[in-house]
Design a protein around this ligand. Structure first.
Ligand SMILES: Cc1ncc(COP(=O)(O)O)c(C=O)c1O
Length: 382
């Protein structure tokens, strides 16, 4: 069985590499030239033309009119949460997410509440959200409160896990009823669409990440897609150390942050963003190979996608069938011996020591996905 799965995975991958990691960046001459030109210009910090070029291209790719570039996806999340002001408030999120989602809630002064995934997807299950809210929510002055803790439930972070768009329509039906704001964590979902619209356009904030393992990288970096101009202006000021614009005075009117993306990082990402169509095509091809290789397989399967979504296939995850889940670690070890450096999925956050005591819904599916899933090498090989 192990050899059978390894052979199937290998059949989808190029054989010219010594080692295959989950997601590696790929650079072309243009990216290197851009970085060199940026250095020659001396504008390597938070001013410079690549910030504008990258923002303009991102506007074209996503359709968002208000975009701010940040130095990571985590700081983009933090800034969105700070703007909503979640201080001493509770924030719902799927337990199946990267740790940064929960960390940024803590950093912004909030308390995460973890929600289960759907049985057929890693994304938060709308039924689980509603069931959880029914069991804990009460109202005071139109605010939704957790009746057990007395704290306001202010927001829900919808994560598009590994690039797969979540069911936002069903989720927003619920959050509207409970007066809860929605932030989208699309860290890995650049280029993912629902009904031919890029993710992140209908919520107050949607964040993206350009870390080295994403489909477009600026080294480290992130962005916030912002729905309204007022939030845009306020965050723009906040991330620029709240400096009052003036040709020579150095004065600040708030305790701000220094969380902008640097020009040199934007220079690295700019060329890649021009190639995003071909990057997405290559990723789709690899995903289709995996899907065909494991079609009707005795031991493993891939989650099916809803026909209305077009994921970017950032990472393809493979799942062992329940009967074979005891081979999970053995399979991962065997693949590593072949230099195929697969990984477990994100450990569900409610199982991490620092988050064990946080409020949560009943969680069954996220545990199951974690115990059976592996992330496959998903780079856009040439
Ligand atoms: C779901 C999710 N949220 C947030 C982040 C954090 O992004 P960054 O690494 O750019 O800070 C990641 C990074 O992979 C992620 O996958």
């Amino acid at each position: 069985m192990i050899n059978h799965i390894i052979d199937k995975i290998k059949s989808c991958l190029p054989d010219k590499y010594k080692q295959l990691d989950i997601h590696e960046p790929s650079f072309q001459r243009k990216d290197i030239d851009n970085v060199a030109k940026c250095i020659e210009s001396t504008y390597v910090s938070t001013k410079g033309k690549y910030i504008d070029h990258f923002t303009e291209k991102l506007t074209k790719v996503t359709g968002s009119k208000n975009i701010l570039l940040t130095n990571s996806g985590t700081s983009a999340l933090f800034l969105s949460l700070k703007t909503i002001n979640i201080d001493s408030c509770e924030v719902l999120m799927p337990s199946m997410t990267f740790v940064a989602t929960a960390n940024s809630v803590i950093d912004a002064g909030g308390i995460p509440n973890f929600i289960d995934s759907s049985s057929e997807s890693l994304n938060a299950c709308p039924i689980s959200i509603e069931k959880y809210l029914k069991s804990i929510a009460t109202y005071k002055n139109k605010l939704c409160l957790n009746k057990f803790t007395g704290r306001v439930i202010k927001a829900l972070i919808v994560v598009h896990a590994y690039g797969e768009p979540a069911n936002l329509t069903a989720i927003k039906r619920i959050t509207k009823k409970y007066n809860i704001q929605v932030i989208e964590d699309g860290a890995g979902a650049l280029g993912s669409h629902v009904n031919d619209k890029h993710i992140g356009l209908s919520s107050r904030f949607c964040i993206l990440s350009f870390n080295g393992n994403k489909i477009v990288t600026t080294g480290m970096g992130g962005a916030i897609l912002i729905k309204n101009k007022k939030d845009y202006e306020s965050i723009k000021h906040l991330i620029s150390t709240a400096r009052v614009p003036h040709p020579w005075k150095v004065e600040h009117d708030k305790a701000g942050y220094n969380l902008r993306m640097a020009n040199i990082n934007a220079a690295l990402g700019d060329g890649q963003l021009s190639r995003i169509r071909s990057i997405l095509n290559n990723k789709k091809k690899l995903h289709s190979k995996y899907r065909n290789a494991f079609h009707d397989n005795k031991y493993c399967f891939l989650h099916e996608y809803n026909s209305s979504i077009k994921p970017n296939h950032w990472i393809t995850n493979l799942y062992l069938k329940e009967k074979y889940k005891k081979y999970h670690q053995v399979l991962i070890e065997a693949l590593h011996k072949e230099n195929i450096m697969v990984r477990e999925l994100w450990k569900p956050q409610h199982l991490n020591n620092m988050y064990r005591k946080m409020p949560k819904s009943t969680i069954v599916n996220a545990n199951k996905h974690w115990k059976t899933g592996i992330s496959l090498p998903s780079s856009y090989y040439k």
